[in-house]
Write a new protein. Structure first.
Length: 162
């Protein structure tokens, strides 16, 4: 049984559950449609589309607001703040902003809880920075660090100031 992260309109929700590696896989579930594990490439692509409408810098700055409040535990205050931010700042795209920032929040919590992690949430930040600030495609950003040693990824993060 998964651990509920957040409910969305229409009965959909995000949850943590067992994945291929640990108990921190993020799933999207919809009534009558089952659930699916979320992939970086998919939601990075959705982030790019949202940024085209609302600005890459703005979306990155809003992502950083979430990043700064992310630790190992799910915090309902952060979830409420994400929803409030989305409603205030993203108009008709409030659902997508809420969904995407929540997915990233959950993904960062998962990274913070990975066994033996040395990078934690910075791995997600590197991907988000790549798509929003460096113009990388979702595919490139999602796969950039595959097979790299943590020291290489650490150097990439430091070169970008985080």
């Amino acid at each position: 049984m998964g651990r509920r992260i957040k409910d969305f309109p229409g009965g959909a929700f995000l949850e943590f559950d067992r994945g291929n590696f640990d108990d921190w896989c993020v799933y999207w579930a919809q009534p009558g449609q089952g659930r699916k594990a979320l992939r970086d490439e998919e939601y990075f692509g959705q982030m790019i589309a949202l940024a085209e409408k609302h600005g890459k810098k703005k979306l990155y700055e809003d992502y950083l607001k979430v990043y700064e409040h992310t630790g190992k535990e799910l915090d309902t205050k952060v979830l409420r703040a994400i929803t409030g931010l989305a409603k205030r700042e993203y108009g008709q795209d409030a659902f997508w902003a809420d969904y995407l920032l929540t997915v990233l929040y959950a993904g960062m919590i998962a990274e913070e809880n990975k066994k033996y992690t040395k990078l934690g949430k910075r791995v997600k930040r590197l991907g988000v920075y790549g798509i929003l600030m460096e113009g990388q495609s979702a595919q490139v950003a999602a796969n950039l660090t595959r097979g790299m040693k943590h020291e290489q990824i650490e150097a990439m993060c430091k070169a970008r100031g985080f």
